[in-house]
Design a protein around this ligand. Structure first.
Ligand code: FAD
Length: 378
Protein backbone atom coordinates (compact mmCIF):
# COMPACT_ATOMS: atom_id res chain seq x y z
CA UNK A 1 0.00 0.00 0.00
CA UNK A 2 1.45 3.34 -1.06
CA UNK A 3 0.49 6.36 1.03
CA UNK A 4 2.63 8.84 -0.92
CA UNK A 5 1.23 11.27 -3.45
CA UNK A 6 2.53 10.94 -7.00
CA UNK A 7 4.63 13.75 -8.43
CA UNK A 8 1.60 15.12 -10.28
CA UNK A 9 -0.64 14.95 -7.22
CA UNK A 10 2.04 16.66 -5.13
CA UNK A 11 2.38 19.39 -7.73
CA UNK A 12 -1.37 20.11 -7.62
CA UNK A 13 -1.31 20.04 -3.79
CA UNK A 14 1.62 22.44 -3.72
CA UNK A 15 -0.03 24.89 -6.13
CA UNK A 16 -3.20 24.78 -4.00
CA UNK A 17 -1.15 25.17 -0.82
CA UNK A 18 0.62 28.23 -2.14
CA UNK A 19 -2.52 30.10 -3.22
CA UNK A 20 -4.35 28.98 -0.07
CA UNK A 21 -1.65 30.32 2.24
CA UNK A 22 -0.64 33.42 0.28
CA UNK A 23 -3.95 34.63 -1.15
CA UNK A 24 -6.93 32.86 0.43
CA UNK A 25 -6.05 32.61 4.15
CA UNK A 26 -5.28 36.34 4.58
CA UNK A 27 -8.77 37.19 3.25
CA UNK A 28 -10.77 34.51 5.09
CA UNK A 29 -11.65 36.54 8.18
CA UNK A 30 -12.80 39.60 6.19
CA UNK A 31 -14.82 37.46 3.81
CA UNK A 32 -16.60 35.93 6.79
CA UNK A 33 -17.23 39.27 8.51
CA UNK A 34 -18.37 41.10 5.40
CA UNK A 35 -20.24 38.15 3.85
CA UNK A 36 -18.28 38.69 0.64
CA UNK A 37 -18.37 36.09 -2.13
CA UNK A 38 -14.82 34.98 -3.09
CA UNK A 39 -14.98 36.04 -6.79
CA UNK A 40 -11.36 37.14 -6.85
CA UNK A 41 -10.12 33.88 -5.34
CA UNK A 42 -12.18 31.92 -7.87
CA UNK A 43 -10.50 33.80 -10.72
CA UNK A 44 -7.10 32.99 -9.27
CA UNK A 45 -8.02 29.34 -8.68
CA UNK A 46 -9.21 29.08 -12.30
CA UNK A 47 -5.89 30.40 -13.58
CA UNK A 48 -4.13 27.60 -11.69
CA UNK A 49 -6.43 24.86 -13.03
CA UNK A 50 -8.05 24.35 -9.64
CA UNK A 51 -11.65 24.69 -10.85
CA UNK A 52 -11.28 21.48 -12.86
CA UNK A 53 -8.72 19.37 -11.04
CA UNK A 54 -10.35 16.10 -12.11
CA UNK A 55 -11.45 17.38 -15.52
CA UNK A 56 -9.53 16.42 -18.69
CA UNK A 57 -7.13 19.00 -20.08
CA UNK A 58 -9.11 19.00 -23.35
CA UNK A 59 -11.82 20.92 -21.48
CA UNK A 60 -9.47 23.23 -19.62
CA UNK A 61 -9.00 21.11 -16.52
CA UNK A 62 -5.87 19.75 -14.91
CA UNK A 63 -6.74 16.07 -15.53
CA UNK A 64 -5.02 15.21 -12.25
CA UNK A 65 -7.65 12.92 -10.72
CA UNK A 66 -9.65 12.61 -7.52
CA UNK A 67 -6.73 12.22 -5.08
CA UNK A 68 -5.19 15.44 -6.37
CA UNK A 69 -8.61 17.09 -6.14
CA UNK A 70 -9.01 16.00 -2.50
CA UNK A 71 -5.51 17.21 -1.68
CA UNK A 72 -6.28 20.62 -3.24
CA UNK A 73 -9.60 21.02 -1.39
CA UNK A 74 -7.89 20.16 1.92
CA UNK A 75 -5.44 23.03 1.39
CA UNK A 76 -8.12 25.53 0.38
CA UNK A 77 -10.43 24.54 3.25
CA UNK A 78 -7.62 24.87 5.78
CA UNK A 79 -7.36 28.49 4.65
CA UNK A 80 -11.05 29.29 4.10
CA UNK A 81 -13.94 26.88 4.23
CA UNK A 82 -16.31 29.20 2.34
CA UNK A 83 -13.91 29.45 -0.60
CA UNK A 84 -13.45 25.69 -0.55
CA UNK A 85 -17.17 24.95 -0.85
CA UNK A 86 -17.70 27.14 -3.92
CA UNK A 87 -14.55 25.63 -5.44
CA UNK A 88 -15.74 22.10 -4.71
CA UNK A 89 -19.21 22.65 -6.19
CA UNK A 90 -17.70 24.17 -9.35
CA UNK A 91 -15.40 21.17 -9.77
CA UNK A 92 -18.34 18.84 -9.21
CA UNK A 93 -20.53 20.54 -11.84
CA UNK A 94 -17.71 20.46 -14.41
CA UNK A 95 -17.05 16.77 -13.70
CA UNK A 96 -20.73 15.89 -14.15
CA UNK A 97 -20.93 17.57 -17.54
CA UNK A 98 -17.81 15.68 -18.63
CA UNK A 99 -19.22 12.40 -17.30
CA UNK A 100 -22.77 12.65 -18.65
CA UNK A 101 -22.73 15.27 -21.39
CA UNK A 102 -22.49 14.96 -25.15
CA UNK A 103 -19.27 16.19 -26.77
CA UNK A 104 -21.09 19.37 -27.80
CA UNK A 105 -22.25 19.97 -24.20
CA UNK A 106 -18.77 19.35 -22.84
CA UNK A 107 -17.24 21.81 -25.27
CA UNK A 108 -19.94 24.39 -24.66
CA UNK A 109 -20.01 24.37 -20.86
CA UNK A 110 -16.96 22.83 -19.23
CA UNK A 111 -14.30 25.33 -20.40
CA UNK A 112 -16.50 28.14 -19.08
CA UNK A 113 -16.29 26.54 -15.64
CA UNK A 114 -12.63 25.60 -15.65
CA UNK A 115 -11.51 28.99 -17.05
CA UNK A 116 -13.51 30.93 -14.50
CA UNK A 117 -15.58 32.63 -17.23
CA UNK A 118 -18.72 31.25 -15.56
CA UNK A 119 -17.45 32.50 -12.15
CA UNK A 120 -18.73 29.26 -10.54
CA UNK A 121 -20.95 26.27 -11.06
CA UNK A 122 -24.09 25.55 -9.03
CA UNK A 123 -25.89 22.33 -8.25
CA UNK A 124 -29.64 22.81 -7.85
CA UNK A 125 -31.16 19.63 -6.44
CA UNK A 126 -32.65 20.43 -3.00
CA UNK A 127 -36.09 22.00 -2.74
CA UNK A 128 -37.88 23.75 0.13
CA UNK A 129 -39.82 20.59 0.99
CA UNK A 130 -37.11 18.01 0.30
CA UNK A 131 -33.36 17.73 0.77
CA UNK A 132 -32.55 14.18 1.90
CA UNK A 133 -35.51 12.80 -0.02
CA UNK A 134 -34.38 14.37 -3.30
CA UNK A 135 -36.42 11.92 -5.39
CA UNK A 136 -39.55 13.68 -4.07
CA UNK A 137 -38.63 16.91 -5.87
CA UNK A 138 -41.51 18.75 -7.52
CA UNK A 139 -39.87 21.24 -9.90
CA UNK A 140 -41.12 20.28 -13.37
CA UNK A 141 -39.71 20.46 -16.89
CA UNK A 142 -42.20 20.14 -19.71
CA UNK A 143 -41.18 19.62 -23.33
CA UNK A 144 -42.62 22.22 -25.74
CA UNK A 145 -41.33 21.67 -29.27
CA UNK A 146 -37.59 22.16 -29.24
CA UNK A 147 -37.53 23.57 -25.71
CA UNK A 148 -37.99 22.52 -22.09
CA UNK A 149 -39.94 24.78 -19.76
CA UNK A 150 -38.88 24.61 -16.11
CA UNK A 151 -41.13 25.67 -13.21
CA UNK A 152 -40.56 25.29 -9.49
CA UNK A 153 -38.32 26.27 -6.60
CA UNK A 154 -34.92 25.21 -5.32
CA UNK A 155 -33.54 25.86 -1.84
CA UNK A 156 -30.05 26.37 -0.33
CA UNK A 157 -28.23 26.58 -3.67
CA UNK A 158 -24.54 27.35 -3.18
CA UNK A 159 -23.43 30.09 -5.62
CA UNK A 160 -26.94 30.11 -7.16
CA UNK A 161 -26.73 33.90 -7.56
CA UNK A 162 -23.21 33.95 -9.04
CA UNK A 163 -22.91 30.78 -11.12
CA UNK A 164 -22.77 30.98 -14.90
CA UNK A 165 -23.61 27.28 -15.18
CA UNK A 166 -26.34 25.71 -13.06
CA UNK A 167 -27.28 22.03 -13.04
CA UNK A 168 -31.01 21.83 -12.36
CA UNK A 169 -32.97 18.71 -11.52
CA UNK A 170 -36.63 18.66 -12.54
CA UNK A 171 -39.43 16.17 -12.93
CA UNK A 172 -40.08 15.20 -16.56
CA UNK A 173 -42.02 12.02 -15.78
CA UNK A 174 -44.00 10.31 -13.03
CA UNK A 175 -43.26 10.24 -9.30
CA UNK A 176 -40.05 8.84 -7.84
CA UNK A 177 -36.43 8.82 -9.03
CA UNK A 178 -37.16 7.59 -12.56
CA UNK A 179 -39.20 10.69 -13.34
CA UNK A 180 -36.29 13.07 -12.70
CA UNK A 181 -34.07 14.63 -15.39
CA UNK A 182 -31.09 16.98 -15.21
CA UNK A 183 -30.60 20.18 -17.21
CA UNK A 184 -27.74 22.60 -17.80
CA UNK A 185 -29.09 26.11 -17.32
CA UNK A 186 -27.07 29.22 -18.06
CA UNK A 187 -26.77 31.71 -15.20
CA UNK A 188 -29.08 34.67 -15.76
CA UNK A 189 -31.46 32.62 -17.93
CA UNK A 190 -34.84 34.28 -18.36
CA UNK A 191 -37.33 32.76 -15.91
CA UNK A 192 -34.67 31.70 -13.36
CA UNK A 193 -34.34 34.11 -10.43
CA UNK A 194 -32.17 33.92 -7.33
CA UNK A 195 -33.70 35.03 -4.05
CA UNK A 196 -31.89 36.89 -1.27
CA UNK A 197 -28.81 35.14 0.17
CA UNK A 198 -29.71 33.21 3.31
CA UNK A 199 -28.40 34.38 6.69
CA UNK A 200 -26.33 31.43 7.78
CA UNK A 201 -24.53 30.31 10.91
CA UNK A 202 -21.25 30.14 9.01
CA UNK A 203 -19.70 29.81 5.55
CA UNK A 204 -20.53 33.48 5.21
CA UNK A 205 -18.27 33.98 2.22
CA UNK A 206 -20.22 31.45 0.18
CA UNK A 207 -23.66 32.50 -0.96
CA UNK A 208 -26.62 30.20 -0.41
CA UNK A 209 -29.80 31.22 -2.18
CA UNK A 210 -33.23 29.99 -3.16
CA UNK A 211 -33.81 29.76 -6.92
CA UNK A 212 -37.22 30.27 -8.50
CA UNK A 213 -38.08 28.94 -11.95
CA UNK A 214 -41.05 30.59 -13.57
CA UNK A 215 -41.52 29.45 -17.14
CA UNK A 216 -37.75 29.18 -17.62
CA UNK A 217 -37.28 28.01 -21.21
CA UNK A 218 -34.13 26.16 -22.23
CA UNK A 219 -33.28 24.59 -25.60
CA UNK A 220 -33.80 20.82 -25.87
CA UNK A 221 -30.06 20.24 -26.01
CA UNK A 222 -29.71 21.34 -22.38
CA UNK A 223 -30.92 17.95 -21.16
CA UNK A 224 -27.91 16.27 -19.52
CA UNK A 225 -27.86 12.50 -20.00
CA UNK A 226 -31.10 10.68 -20.70
CA UNK A 227 -34.62 11.86 -19.99
CA UNK A 228 -35.48 10.19 -16.65
CA UNK A 229 -31.79 9.59 -15.91
CA UNK A 230 -31.31 12.66 -13.71
CA UNK A 231 -31.46 10.93 -10.35
CA UNK A 232 -28.56 8.65 -11.32
CA UNK A 233 -26.54 11.73 -12.24
CA UNK A 234 -27.35 13.35 -8.88
CA UNK A 235 -26.36 10.26 -6.90
CA UNK A 236 -23.12 9.83 -8.82
CA UNK A 237 -22.31 13.53 -8.39
CA UNK A 238 -22.93 13.28 -4.65
CA UNK A 239 -20.61 10.26 -4.33
CA UNK A 240 -17.78 12.40 -5.70
CA UNK A 241 -19.06 15.46 -3.83
CA UNK A 242 -18.73 13.58 -0.54
CA UNK A 243 -15.02 13.18 -1.16
CA UNK A 244 -14.96 16.98 -1.52
CA UNK A 245 -16.82 17.57 1.76
CA UNK A 246 -14.63 15.00 3.52
CA UNK A 247 -11.58 16.86 2.21
CA UNK A 248 -13.08 20.14 3.38
CA UNK A 249 -13.51 18.66 6.87
CA UNK A 250 -9.87 17.53 6.82
CA UNK A 251 -8.85 21.12 6.03
CA UNK A 252 -10.81 22.36 9.05
CA UNK A 253 -9.28 19.65 11.25
CA UNK A 254 -5.80 20.74 10.19
CA UNK A 255 -6.59 24.38 10.87
CA UNK A 256 -7.99 23.51 14.33
CA UNK A 257 -4.94 21.47 15.26
CA UNK A 258 -2.53 24.20 14.13
CA UNK A 259 -4.41 26.97 15.98
CA UNK A 260 -4.85 24.86 19.12
CA UNK A 261 -1.22 23.77 19.25
CA UNK A 262 -0.08 27.38 18.86
CA UNK A 263 -2.44 28.67 21.54
CA UNK A 264 -1.70 25.85 23.98
CA UNK A 265 2.01 26.66 23.87
CA UNK A 266 1.47 30.43 24.24
CA UNK A 267 -1.24 30.62 26.87
CA UNK A 268 -0.11 30.35 30.46
CA UNK A 269 -2.22 29.39 33.45
CA UNK A 270 -1.06 28.44 36.93
CA UNK A 271 2.47 29.46 36.02
CA UNK A 272 2.97 27.28 32.94
CA UNK A 273 1.72 26.89 29.36
CA UNK A 274 -1.64 25.12 29.21
CA UNK A 275 0.07 22.68 26.77
CA UNK A 276 1.63 21.16 29.89
CA UNK A 277 -1.79 20.23 31.28
CA UNK A 278 -2.72 16.64 30.52
CA UNK A 279 -6.33 17.63 29.80
CA UNK A 280 -5.14 19.89 26.96
CA UNK A 281 -2.54 17.42 25.65
CA UNK A 282 -5.17 14.70 25.33
CA UNK A 283 -7.44 16.98 23.35
CA UNK A 284 -4.57 17.70 20.95
CA UNK A 285 -3.75 13.99 20.70
CA UNK A 286 -7.37 13.11 19.90
CA UNK A 287 -7.56 15.89 17.31
CA UNK A 288 -4.35 14.74 15.60
CA UNK A 289 -5.47 11.09 15.59
CA UNK A 290 -8.89 11.88 14.14
CA UNK A 291 -7.25 14.12 11.54
CA UNK A 292 -4.99 11.25 10.44
CA UNK A 293 -7.95 8.85 10.23
CA UNK A 294 -10.04 11.36 8.28
CA UNK A 295 -7.20 11.97 5.79
CA UNK A 296 -6.80 8.25 5.19
CA UNK A 297 -10.52 7.70 4.66
CA UNK A 298 -10.79 10.61 2.22
CA UNK A 299 -7.71 9.56 0.24
CA UNK A 300 -8.90 5.92 0.16
CA UNK A 301 -12.25 6.93 -1.37
CA UNK A 302 -10.53 9.26 -3.85
CA UNK A 303 -8.00 6.60 -4.79
CA UNK A 304 -10.76 4.04 -5.51
CA UNK A 305 -12.43 6.66 -7.69
CA UNK A 306 -9.18 7.19 -9.61
CA UNK A 307 -8.86 3.41 -10.07
CA UNK A 308 -12.36 3.28 -11.56
CA UNK A 309 -13.58 1.05 -8.72
CA UNK A 310 -16.83 1.45 -6.74
CA UNK A 311 -16.31 4.11 -4.06
CA UNK A 312 -19.79 5.10 -2.93
CA UNK A 313 -19.58 3.39 0.50
CA UNK A 314 -16.04 4.65 1.06
CA UNK A 315 -17.02 8.22 0.10
CA UNK A 316 -19.90 8.10 2.59
CA UNK A 317 -17.61 6.73 5.31
CA UNK A 318 -15.05 9.44 4.61
CA UNK A 319 -17.64 12.22 4.65
CA UNK A 320 -19.37 10.85 7.76
CA UNK A 321 -16.21 10.40 9.82
CA UNK A 322 -14.36 13.51 8.66
CA UNK A 323 -17.33 15.87 9.10
CA UNK A 324 -18.17 14.54 12.57
CA UNK A 325 -14.47 14.64 13.56
CA UNK A 326 -14.26 18.25 12.33
CA UNK A 327 -17.23 19.15 14.50
CA UNK A 328 -15.62 17.52 17.54
CA UNK A 329 -12.31 19.24 16.79
CA UNK A 330 -13.78 22.72 16.31
CA UNK A 331 -15.62 22.41 19.61
CA UNK A 332 -12.44 21.27 21.39
CA UNK A 333 -10.42 24.02 19.70
CA UNK A 334 -12.81 26.62 21.16
CA UNK A 335 -12.45 24.88 24.55
CA UNK A 336 -8.65 25.02 24.40
CA UNK A 337 -8.84 28.74 23.60
CA UNK A 338 -11.07 29.35 26.64
CA UNK A 339 -12.93 32.68 26.56
CA UNK A 340 -10.84 33.87 23.61
CA UNK A 341 -12.19 30.93 21.63
CA UNK A 342 -15.57 32.61 21.73
CA UNK A 343 -14.26 35.87 20.24
CA UNK A 344 -13.58 36.48 16.57
CA UNK A 345 -10.10 37.66 17.46
CA UNK A 346 -9.08 34.01 17.03
CA UNK A 347 -10.13 31.93 14.02
CA UNK A 348 -11.51 28.92 15.91
CA UNK A 349 -15.01 30.39 16.35
CA UNK A 350 -15.19 30.67 12.53
CA UNK A 351 -14.02 27.09 12.15
CA UNK A 352 -16.72 26.04 14.63
CA UNK A 353 -19.47 27.82 12.64
CA UNK A 354 -18.13 26.72 9.23
CA UNK A 355 -17.78 23.05 10.17
CA UNK A 356 -21.32 22.71 11.48
CA UNK A 357 -22.86 22.39 8.02
CA UNK A 358 -20.54 19.55 7.01
CA UNK A 359 -22.72 16.93 8.71
CA UNK A 360 -25.73 18.37 6.87
CA UNK A 361 -25.03 19.15 3.25
CA UNK A 362 -24.37 16.66 0.44
CA UNK A 363 -26.21 14.12 2.61
CA UNK A 364 -26.65 14.36 6.38
CA UNK A 365 -24.77 11.99 8.71
CA UNK A 366 -27.99 9.97 9.02
CA UNK A 367 -28.14 9.55 5.23
CA UNK A 368 -24.43 8.56 5.09
CA UNK A 369 -25.09 5.87 7.72
CA UNK A 370 -28.08 4.69 5.68
CA UNK A 371 -25.92 4.43 2.53
CA UNK A 372 -23.15 2.58 4.39
CA UNK A 373 -25.55 0.16 6.13
CA UNK A 374 -27.39 -0.55 2.87
CA UNK A 375 -24.15 -1.56 1.23
CA UNK A 376 -22.98 -3.67 4.18
CA UNK A 377 -26.29 -5.55 4.21
CA UNK A 378 -26.55 -5.95 0.45
C1 FAD B 1 -25.04 26.04 3.53
C2 FAD B 1 -25.79 25.02 2.72
C3 FAD B 1 -25.46 24.85 1.39
C4 FAD B 1 -26.16 23.92 0.60
N1 FAD B 1 -25.87 23.82 -0.73
C5 FAD B 1 -26.66 23.06 -1.52
C6 FAD B 1 -26.47 23.07 -2.95
O1 FAD B 1 -25.58 23.73 -3.48
N2 FAD B 1 -27.33 22.33 -3.69
C7 FAD B 1 -28.33 21.60 -3.15
O2 FAD B 1 -29.05 20.96 -3.92
N3 FAD B 1 -28.53 21.56 -1.81
C8 FAD B 1 -27.73 22.28 -0.99
N4 FAD B 1 -27.93 22.28 0.38
C9 FAD B 1 -29.03 21.49 0.93
C10 FAD B 1 -28.56 20.29 1.74
O3 FAD B 1 -27.97 19.33 0.89
C11 FAD B 1 -29.77 19.75 2.52
O4 FAD B 1 -30.07 20.71 3.51
C12 FAD B 1 -29.49 18.39 3.13
O5 FAD B 1 -29.42 17.42 2.11
C13 FAD B 1 -30.57 17.97 4.13
O6 FAD B 1 -31.84 18.12 3.59
P1 FAD B 1 -32.98 18.89 4.44
O7 FAD B 1 -32.38 20.16 4.91
O8 FAD B 1 -34.21 18.96 3.63
O9 FAD B 1 -33.23 18.00 5.71
P2 FAD B 1 -34.32 16.83 5.82
O10 FAD B 1 -34.17 15.89 4.69
O11 FAD B 1 -35.64 17.45 6.05
O12 FAD B 1 -33.83 16.11 7.14
C14 FAD B 1 -34.10 16.63 8.45
C15 FAD B 1 -33.50 15.66 9.47
O13 FAD B 1 -34.13 14.37 9.29
C16 FAD B 1 -33.14 13.39 9.03
N5 FAD B 1 -33.65 12.41 8.06
C17 FAD B 1 -34.28 12.64 6.89
N6 FAD B 1 -34.55 11.49 6.26
C18 FAD B 1 -34.03 10.49 7.03
C19 FAD B 1 -33.94 9.08 6.90
N7 FAD B 1 -34.43 8.44 5.84
N8 FAD B 1 -33.35 8.39 7.91
C20 FAD B 1 -32.84 9.02 9.00
N9 FAD B 1 -32.87 10.35 9.15
C21 FAD B 1 -33.45 11.09 8.19
C22 FAD B 1 -31.96 14.15 8.45
O14 FAD B 1 -30.76 13.43 8.59
C23 FAD B 1 -32.00 15.42 9.27
O15 FAD B 1 -31.40 15.20 10.52
C24 FAD B 1 -27.20 23.14 1.19
C25 FAD B 1 -27.51 23.32 2.55
C26 FAD B 1 -26.83 24.24 3.29
C27 FAD B 1 -27.22 24.43 4.75
Amino acid sequence: MDFALTEEQRAVRDVARRIARERIAPRARDLDRSHTYPSEALRELAELGLLGVNVPEAYGGSGAGAVAYAAAIMEIAEACCATSVVTAVTNMVAEQIVAWGTEAQRKAWVPRLTSGAAVAGAFALSEPQCGSDAAALSTTAVRRGDRWVIDGAKQWITSGDHAGVVLVWARTGGPGPKGVSCFVVEGGAKGMAAGKPEHKMGLNGSSTVPLVFDGCEVPADRLLGEEGGGFRIAMSALDGGRIGIGAQAVGVLRACLAASRRYARDRKAFGKPIAEQEAIRWKLADMATELAAAELLVFRAASLKDLGQPFSREASMAKLFASEAANRATSQAVQIHGGYGYLDEFPVERYFRDARVQTLYEGTSEIQRTVIARQILR
